[in-house]
Design a protein around this ligand. Structure first.
Ligand SMILES: Cc1cc2nc3c(=O)[nH]c(=O)nc-3n(C[C@H](O)[C@H](O)[C@H](O)COP(=O)(O)O)c2cc1C
Length: 390
């Protein structure tokens, strides 16, 4: 069973992740993991924090001589900003340490601040926002990079791109090569395949900067090379669409998920939505008239590209703060402001890729298992032979 956990606070010493359930013998190139961490930090609209951090991963167990050895993998990513917070968030309390606490008593609408304070019985939100922060996704992206590594052994690739920022939408379909080219770029603006649309997206972000506001958007994750039959229709919790939906909505600020062209489909007739089935006798393979289902039918992969979209609300820390209440005085007050991002849609796409990779790797290992990569490979090829002979 591929399982992972993350720990760490936004301004704590480091982020930590543990991962169990990978077969032994899987190559783990650190540069690929670090490249994913770098991609997560990019995009026009990020705040000052991303200028402080240059995320790199340390693997302290489970990988030897660049390959997994079957034992749990433990990962550490240092927070450079920690050096500015050692007095604010010490592990052990000391005399007078309260004086350094950067208290957040004016909860931000849309953030975890107020509900977290009430639930954990804190008078102010510092500890709540430290963990609610999307800094945690750095650890998820590292795990996702390892999941991608497993999937790549079986020619499964995962990419993402931005299809909307605020009111600006990409109005044409992207090809696989266009999205792949984006992931190779050394400079990331807004992660859109169309330059003109990307320019208009940037204008929308600039407007948010100008007015002290924030802006959301939509990213799309695409996975290619999947075998038919990952996930299952048999039980509600083995359906891959449901598992992907949870994974995507678990990303901070993502409030909606779409599988394929769900939104468009909901306002169309069935004849215009379902992907017709055909058979190529020469190739001895089924083909489909389109891929509006986004590669999933009955909660299973159907061999077409997987398409999953995440809809992000605008970030809830505004330079021009919204109405709130001071938790000490209970008087009306403007919400707290702490250095913050204005737009994070491209980064959320990279996190989306990681979450999709994790869910797919889990489903893949459920189906093919194996304690060593060679065993997984045998099981995979045996099944693919069955599919070819179907
Ligand atoms: C990549 C990324 C970066 C984020 N950066 C910020 C930020 O700088 N400031 C902020 O208030 N929220 C930021 N968020 C969103 C908050 O983490 C999120 O809104 C908060 O944890 C409350 O969770 P919810 O919006 O899912 O309900 C970011 C989200 C992502 C995906």
């Amino acid at each position: 069973m591929f399982r992972f956990e993350t720990a760490g606070e936004s301004h704590g010493q480091c982020l930590v992740a543990t991962l169990t359930g990978l077969p032994a013998g899987l190559p783990i190139p650190l540069d690929k993991i670090n490249r994913e961490l770098w991609r997560r930090q990019q995009g026009y609209g990020r705040g000052g924090r991303m200028k402080i951090e240059t995320d790199t991963v340390e693997i302290v167990s489970g990988v030897r001589h660049s390959k997994t050895i079957g034992s749990p993998i433990a990962i550490i990513i240092q927070n450079r900003d920690w050096q500015n917070w050692t007095d604010t968030l010490p592990v052990q309390d000391y005399e007078g340490s309260d004086a350094n606490k950067k208290q957040v008593t004016r909860p931000r609408p849309g953030h975890a601040d107020l509900a977290g304070c009430i639930k954990y019985n804190y008078p102010e939100a510092r500890y709540i926002l430290e963990r609610a922060s999307a800094r945690e996704t750095t650890a998820r992206v590292a795990i996702g990079a390892i999941a991608k590594q497993l999937l790549a052994e079986f020619d499964i690739q995962i990419l993402s791109h931005v299809i909307g920022v605020g009111p600006v939408k990409l109005d044409r379909q992207a090809t696989w090569d266009q999205i792949a080219a984006l992931s190779q770029k050394e400079e990331v603006l807004l992660g859109c395949i169309d330059e003109q649309t990307e320019r208009r997206m940037k204008e929308a972000v600039d407007e948010a900067y100008r007015t002290g506001d924030t802006i959301g958007g939509v990213f799309e994750v695409v996975a290619r090379g999947l075998p038919t039959g990952l996930g299952s229709h048999i039980t509600w919790d083995s359906r891959l669409d449901g598992r992907l939906a949870q994974a995507i909505v678990s990303i901070q600020a993502v409030k909606g998920v779409e599988i394929g062209y769900a939104e468009e489909g909901a306002s169309s007739y069935g004849s215009a939505v379902q992907d017709t089935i055909h058979y190529d006798k020469q190739e001895r393979a089924f083909t489909r008239g389109a891929n509006r289902a986004g590669g999933l039918e009955g909660g299973m992969t159907n061999g077409q590209d997987l398409l999953v979209r995440g809809h992000l609300k605008p970030i809830s820390t505004l330079r021009k703060p919204l109405e709130s209440v001071d938790l000490e005085t209970r008087e009306p007050s403007k919400a707290a402001y702490e250095r913050s991002d204005v737009c994070v849609v491209p980064a959320a796409g990279v996190i989306g890729e990681a979450m999709v990779a994790i869910v797919l790797a889990q489903a893949f290992l459920e189906k093919f298992g194996g304690d060593s990569l060679s065993e997984t490979r045998r099981n995979y090829h045996g099944y693919m032979e069955q599919v070819r002979n179907f």
